[in-house]
Design a protein around this ligand. Structure first.
Ligand SMILES: Nc1nc2c(ncn2[C@@H]2O[C@H](COP(=O)(O)OP(=O)(O)OP(=O)(O)O)[C@@H](O)[C@H]2O)c(=O)[nH]1
Ligand SMILES: [Mg+2]
Length: 221
């Protein structure tokens, strides 16, 4: 596993770098997602499930964003998937220059699906384009259904919302009806998947959705 500590190139704007990365990914037919959500929402757990379900058919690479440790990258490496750890050294989000740096260490030519796990944070990461095809936010039942209205930006900018830990719903006062109402008032086109990484519920549907997106991207090279 490669581990890099990145310093920002303050001369280039985030969007310029993201545009360049996006062109490179598109030319190679790489479908990429930027996974966002609070610390502990289950981003790495969702990744582990998606990898288990798709790795026989899809060539996946993961960029793991974390402040300091390699804990999540080790979990991904245990799944037998190429992973690059980006440590932000305390920074609360990834930016496009970090992705630009990370992909220097990736054998990118055979990659079909690039998954970027952002730093766990419901606010800052939403502002940075990482050249992804879509932002995917993970919200877990234990965080409460009020989070979209309290932290709207990430939910407004995401194409996908994964509601994780549905196995725990009966132990909480989480209202799925309120969540759907709130989220649709922020982003009427967002697609919602209800899943549990613990029981496996909903994982097939989510993986099939990504598989179709990966195929579409390949077709459009
Ligand atoms: N009951 C239950 N627990 C879950 C589920 N998904 C994840 N967890 C647990 O939630 C905790 C956090 O999961 P992670 O996957 O590490 O969360 P994360 O969003 O990657 O966390 P950070 O990278 O630190 O932001 C772990 O203890 C998981 O085992 C689920 O569907 N149900
Ligand atoms: Mg994680």
């Amino acid at each position: 596993m490669k581990q890099i500590l990145v310093k920002k190139d303050i001369l280039k704007s985030n969007d310029e770098i993201a545009k360049k990365n996006r062109e490179a990914f598109s030319q190679k037919g790489i479908f990429s997602i930027n996974m966002l959500g609070s610390p502990g929402a289950g981003k790495t757990s969702v990744l582990e499930q998606i990898i288990k379900s798709l790795k026989a058919e899809v060539n996946m690479t993961v960029i793991e964003g974390d402040l300091y440790t390699t804990k999540d990258a080790e979990r991904i490496e245990n799944q037998g998937v190429q992973v690059i750890q980006v440590n932000t050294g305390g920074g609360c989000h990834l930016d496009a220059s970090m992705i630009e740096e990370a992909i220097k260490y990736i054998e990118i030519k055979d990659v079909d699906f690039l998954i970027i796990e952002n730093v766990g944070n419901l606010v800052c990461p939403a502002s940075y384009d990482l050249s992804e095809d879509m932002k995917v936010t993970v919200l877990s039942i234990t965080e409460g259904n009020d989070k979209p209205l309290k932290y709207p930006s990430m939910f407004q900018k995401s194409e996908i919302l994964i509601v994780n830990k549905i196995d725990l719903i009966e132990h909480t006062n989480f209202s799925m009806d309120e969540l759907y109402n709130d989220i649709k008032s922020l982003n009427e086109n967002i697609k919602i998947f209800e899943i549990s990484c613990r029981t496996g519920e909903g994982i097939n549907k989510l993986s099939t959705f990504f598989k179709e997106k990966i195929k579409d991207k390949r077709r459009n090279i």
